[in-house]
Ligand binder design. Structure first.
Ligand code: GLU
Length: 417
């Protein structure tokens, strides 16, 4: 068990089993997709600034690669463990299939607290970790991207390390890179942009107006912060934001730019003068039409699910709702747009960046932005239609669509040898 009793791999297995039953999957498909394809555990020795050597633990997990190279982020977190990574890798398999990208699913990272590392220590840790997992990486086999506590700087070090090891420049081996190395301007805001595309579509289906609607956002990092800005620009009121250190509330709407400036200075939303402080336990019960978990797994448990006021929960984070939380939300009639659909904008932007590296020809940004939007919109329509036809939740429908597409590839390839 991890994360206060929430076990993400067990939750993933349960959701997969439900999808296997709904599609009538055969034993072969069930057994292959119920285990990660491979998982590499590595020790990462790093010379710390004071001269001593500390050994960190790291992993890279591939869940399934029938549809293409493993794709998925690298995270640095003090509680990271391999079961969590396996669940996140499986979510990537399904996510890539739902947006119909030619990728399988992977995830990896290092168990460390990046807030306690100097820039030099972080770079040495990244480079040694990249070396340790380099056997797996490459544009045709496994393409990492940023995730929790990693960013374009980390991706730049990763790409440079791989290029040094293998020789030549390998921009297609990593996505979410700095612009100077072949990254794309739209990557940074792509996850939140995709969340907005799904939100517009789901609100339209439910007949709820976007303008004037209220949102609460848990998490103000790479996804939550740009999302607050996008929602406010679209005419919504972001009435509450929470992070690990506290929560702030303003019924008239928090100003996202001022909040971002406060976070840049203090490292947390707590203490923001443009709203009143509330307890993190009060946060989910703030009145709103839309609730967005944009932090870590397991955030919406039974207790949170019981008090959520929103009509729509849109999962910007990966795995934010526990199985029991899901059941409570469903019984209360709250519509949940699941992570493997809602936050697929990030990996869709990664796909465009990977294509750019492989073709050696840069996208016109306007064209790339339109591709991103239309891919997300199509994925939403396909999941919505399936949910409607089968009379099931959007989450179950998304799992069904993902499992169907992965199954097709698995069966088309056949079993080696
Ligand atoms: N970390 C993001 C996700 O969880 C992006 C992964 C990628 O682009 O490979 O979807």
């Amino acid at each position: 068990m991890v994360n206060g009793g929430f076990d993400p791999w067990q939750a993933m297995l349960e959701r997969l089993r439900d999808a296997f039953d709904l599609v009538g999957a055969d034993e072969y498909v069930r057994s292959v997709l119920s285990v990660p394809r491979r998982s590499l555990e590595v020790s990462v020795p790093v010379r710390m600034d004071d001269g001593h050597v500390e050994v960190f633990k790291g992993w890279r997990v591939h869940h399934d690669t029938s549809r293409g190279p493993a794709k998925g982020g690298l995270r640095f977190h003090p509680l990271l463990n391999v079961d969590e990574l396996a669940a996140l890798a499986a979510a990537m398999t399904l996510k890539c299939a739902i947006v119909d990208l030619p990728f399988g699913g992977g995830k990896g990272g290092v168990r460390c607290d990046p807030t306690k590392l100097s820039d030099g220590e972080l770079e040495r840790l990244t480079r040694r970790f990249a070396y340790e997992i380099s056997w797996l990486l490459g544009p045709d086999s496994d393409v990492p991207a940023p995730d929790v506590n990693t960013d374009e700087r980390v991706m730049g070090w990763l790409m440079d390390t791989l290029s040094m090891i293998k020789g030549g420049n390998i921009p297609g081996s990593v996505t979410g890179k700095p612009l100077a190395l072949g990254g794309m301007p739209l990557h940074a805001g792509a996850t939140s942009g995709g969340v907005v595309t799904c939100l517009r579509a789901v609100l339209a289906e439910l007949g709820i107006g976007l303008t004037g609607s209220r949102a609460v956002i848990q998490g103000f990092g790479k996804v939550g912060a740009p999302l607050a800005y996008l929602l406010a620009s679209a005419g919504m009121r972001v009435v509450a934001v929470a992070d690990v250190a506290g929560a702030v509330y303003n019924p008239g709407g928090l100003d996202p730019s001022q909040l971002a400036a406060h976070v840049a200075e203090h490292g947390t939303v707590a203490g923001f003068k443009g709203g009143q402080s509330i307890g993190t336990e009060e946060f989910w019960s703030v009145e709103s039409e839309v609730a967005v978990p944009a932090a870590l797994e397991g955030a919406i448990d039974t207790e949170a699910a019981k008090v959520i006021q929103a009509k729509v929960v849109i999962e910007a984070a990966n795995g934010p709702t526990t199985l029991s939380g899901d059941a409570v939300l469903e019984s209360r009639g709250v519509v949940v747009v699941p992570d493997i659909l809602a936050n697929a904008g990030g990996v869709t932007a990664s796909y465009l960046e990977w294509v750019q590296a492989r073709q050696g020809y840069a996208w016109e940004q306007r064209v790339a932005a339109e591709r991103l939007r239309s891919k997300m919109d199509l994925a939403f329509r396909e999941v919505w239609a399936k949910a409607d036809r089968l009379k099931i939740s959007l989450r179950r429908a998304a799992y069904v669509l993902g499992v169907e597409r992965v199954t097709e590839a698995l069966l088309a390839r056949g079993l080696f040898p």
